[in-house]
Design a protein around this ligand. Structure first.
Ligand code: SAM
Ligand code: SF4
Length: 332
């Protein structure tokens, strides 16, 4: 299904919960987080209904996210149900804290790919950036994910100046020995400590630093790969087993090629991460709307999907545009 800017919308991100077992500094406020009431969180059946109807409109890929998806009870059963819908690709983003015990079940449920968020390889720093997380839990989770056969495993690293940007090199070096795809993500002005523009570090700067380690060979992608590996610019360091991806929503925004819709944990269908405005699906579903009516609502979100952060003004935009919703509700 094409939107009015001729973008093919085929990817839905589903936030199954706004709850999380961590409190990353860039994602959640230190305190005063307003959680969605339990009754207002979409039930799994409601999420599955949205997915099935969205499939009719061309959605072929779903990513399950949150909050932390693994803290919601019943998530592996939900993933298994999702696996029966005939989607081409089901993926999951997790902070990895509970991954050691869930990896096998997630894989059996039919999840094709996982992304694990990990911003530091230093235990103390990791605890600070996540406000209390234990690095060893994530490392065990990664090992287990590898053991049960996830491949490739992608690691999301959000870089925060003065906090972990010096670790970009450490993560890059990790690709020399491990077959991971390290994805360096630019900090976005959404969630957490808003107004932290001085903490932003551009991927161009990181790429320059990493290039001093060795030649970065660009990885060409076919159409299918472009569809499934999203907006990352990907490189392999000379002789490396793994890959380094640069995801640069601020310095090189990819709005012109954005293929995503987002289903928030409380049932809003959101066509753009950075432009507020959602279509409520929960209300109509709970008032007994028909599948045809639901389809029309989803169609409206697709057709009216905004262009996003405008043109070449991305760097300026980040000062102006602050998303009013919290990241965990929307799902990143
Ligand atoms: N809890 C899971 C996790 O951390 O992977 C899934 C949800 S989290 C909101 C999804 C992704 O969004 C994570 O990779 C996280 O690092 C990223 N994220 C959260 N806040 C961000 C921000 N302000 N800028 C850039 N990425 C952010
Ligand atoms: Fe939780 Fe993920 Fe947000 Fe960190 S980034 S607070 S793990 S939802």
């Amino acid at each position: 299904m094409l939107d009015k800017y001729k973008r093919e919308i085929n990817y839905l991100r589903v936030s199954v919960t706004d709850r999380c077992n961590l409190r990353c500094i860039y994602c959640m406020p230190k305190e005063g987080l307003s959680l969605i009431g339990h009754d207002d969180i979409l039930k799994y059946e409601e999420m599955l209904r949205v997915v099935r109807i969205a499939q009719k409109l061309g959605i072929v890929k779903v990513r399950v996210t949150g909050g932390e998806p693994l803290v919601r009870r019943g998530v592996t059963d939900f993933l298994a149900e999702l696996g029966k819908t005939g989607l081409e690709d089901i993926s999951l983003t997790t902070n990895g804290i509970l991954l050691e015990s869930f990896a096998g079940a997630i894989r059996r449920a039919g999840v094709c790919r996982i992304n694990v968020s990990l911003d530091s390889l230093d235990p103390e720093r990791y605890a600070r950036i996540t406000r209390g997380g234990r690095l060893s839990d994530v490392l065990r989770g990664l090992e287990e994910a590898e053991r049960v056969g996830f491949s490739p495993i992608k690691i999301n690293v959000v870089t925060v100046r003065g906090f972990n940007d010096d670790e970009a090199l450490t993560f890059a070096r990790l690709t020399l020995e491990k077959p991971y795809e390290i994805r360096l993500i630019e900090l976005m002005p959404i969630g957490g400590e808003k107004g932290s523009d001085e903490k932003y570090v551009s991927n161009d700067e990181l790429m320059e630093r990493i290039a001093r380690l060795g030649t970065l060979h660009p990885i060409e992608r076919g159409k299918r790969e472009r569809n499934f590996s999203g907006p990352a610019r990907r490189f392999r360091l000379e002789g490396a087993r793994g890959v380094i991806g640069f995801i640069s929503p601020i310095s090189h925004n990819f709005c012109h090629a954005c293929n995503r819709l987002r289903l928030t944990a409380d049932g809003g269908l959101r066509a753009c991460l950075m432009v507020d405005g959602e279509i409520d699906l929960k209300g109509p579903m709970r008032s007994g709307c028909s599948d045809e009516e639901l389809e029309q609502l989803i169609l409206r979100a697709i057709v009216n999907k905004p262009l996003g952060q405008q043109k070449d003004g991305a760097a300026d935009d980040r000062h102006r545009r602050k998303c009013v919703r919290e990241m965990p509700t929307i799902g990143g």
